[in-house]
Design a protein around this ligand. Structure first.
Ligand SMILES: Cc1ncc(COP(=O)(O)O)c(C=O)c1O
Length: 386
């Protein structure tokens, strides 16, 4: 009788979970077209489940999982042209990567001002409050990248770091990282590159002969880079890497960890699952350079198609896409957004520049776009946008 009760309870909980899950939008529906995440590659899902119960906060207990993490870091550091002295810290994503980078910059310099552009991700606002740093905002040029000419007179004795963005959250634009690198070298200032979104795109755009600027450790002034596998790395949430140019810098963000088996723990997190690490390892191994290049090629071809379809219905983009991110100029933003959302289409709303953001992620097909465009047109006509 008790066994039966337990079985019923077990089944009921799972049923209830299904009910909740059915309320969610899904990547596989093709209707989430504004997110920077995607349906993870199948192999990443399998790997995640296999390593669900591992804890990389205590790597001595999980030496096999630890080896996977070392291999994954090696892969990503190579992708970023990192020198031999460089090391990586696995993080939960761009937010933690950026926070950890600023923690490091503060510890290295003992200063507290961060210079960044208006389009920097809001995770930097959290940093300002968490570790008491001050944000100095630089305007954007007409191409929506940091205005390099406005940086020098903001540098002073309190400057801890400058941030360059390689794939902005709003429009996928890339700051002139080579020029930022020169400033970093000239002024001896820590340069962190936020490539949370663009890190798994730019190297492959280069393979496809797209004109994109350098953004990684090839540039001597770049000191650290955030890169996320759970965005264009096609892997499961949560997984990013903070790569830093010098191994010994990690001491600045490490503490003694007497109650676990290893002597020191680096970074913010303690207990953390090996699942996302195994997931990212599996997908990077499976796709490799050839697979990622093809993936990016497909996303970019579809981006070009979306751009032409948007122009055909009389709408304009904020700026020509640098990568698979498009910002559509919309005056009646709230209305258009709400109507699309009510019809089941999840785009993103960027209030600061009054645009709808579309991100052409791997789960989006031409078929989705062909369904979406007439709906966008209808909605825009209803509110007098076109
Ligand atoms: C450029 C950039 N940096 C950082 C982040 C934060 O990443 P996460 O939400 O994975 O922490 C994002 C998120 O979209 C981003 O686009």
């Amino acid at each position: 009788m008790i066994i039966n009760d337990k079985k019923i309870k077990y089944k009921n909980i799972l049923k209830k979970l299904d009910k909740y899950k059915n309320k969610d939008f899904t990547f596989s529906s093709g209707k989430i077209i504004g997110s920077m995440c995607t349906q993870p590659h199948e192999i990443s899902t399998k790997a995640y489940i296999k390593f669900l119960d591992t804890n990389l906060g205590d790597p001595e207990l999980f030496p096999g999982t630890n080896e996977i993490e070392i291999a994954l870091k090696k892969y990503i550091l190579k992708l970023l042209n990192a020198p031999k002295t460089a090391r990586g810290i696995t993080v939960s994503g761009g937010t933690e990567g950026n926070i950890t980078a600023m923690w490091l910059a503060k510890e290295l310099t003992k200063k507290n001002e961060i210079i960044l552009s208006k389009s920097a991700h809001f995770s930097f606002k959290k940093i300002a409050s968490l570790i008491n740093m001050k944000i100095i905002t630089i305007p954007l040029t007409k191409n929506y990248v940091i205005d390099i000419n406005k940086i020098k007179n903001k540098i002073n004795d309190n400057t801890a770091a400058i941030i360059g963005i390689a794939g902005s959250t709003e429009l996928g634009t890339i700051d002139s990282i080579p020029q930022l690198s020169d400033i970093s070298l000239d002024e001896n200032i820590f340069l962190h590159v936020d490539a949370a979104f663009g890190g798994f795109i730019i190297p492959f755009l280069k393979n496809l002969n797209y004109e994109v600027t350098d953004f990684d450790f090839k540039l001597k002034g770049v000191n650290s880079i955030s890169i996320d596998a759970h965005k264009m790395g096609y892997s499961a949430i949560p997984l990013g890497l903070l790569a830093v140019r010098k191994k010994n810098w990690l001491n600045k963000i490490s503490v003694e960890s007497h109650c676990i088996n290893s002597k020191k723990q680096t970074g913010i997190l303690g207990t953390r699952s090996g699942g996302p690490v195994a997931a990212a390892y599996a997908v990077t191994k499976f796709l490799g350079k050839k697979g990622y290049t093809k993936l990016i090629e497909n996303c970019m071809n579809l981006t070009i198609y979306v751009e032409s379809e948007i122009n055909k219905i009389g709408l304009e983009l904020i700026t020509k896409p640098t990568m698979n991110v498009l910002g559509i100029k919309i005056k009646n933003l709230d209305e258009v957004y709400k109507k699309l959302s009510d019809l089941g289409w999840k785009v993103n709303k960027i209030d600061r520049i009054s645009c709808l953001r579309i991100v052409v992620m791997p789960h989006i097909s031409k078929k989705s776009i062909d369904e979406f465009i007439p709906i966008l047109k209808k909605v825009c006509m209803e509110v007098g946008e076109i």
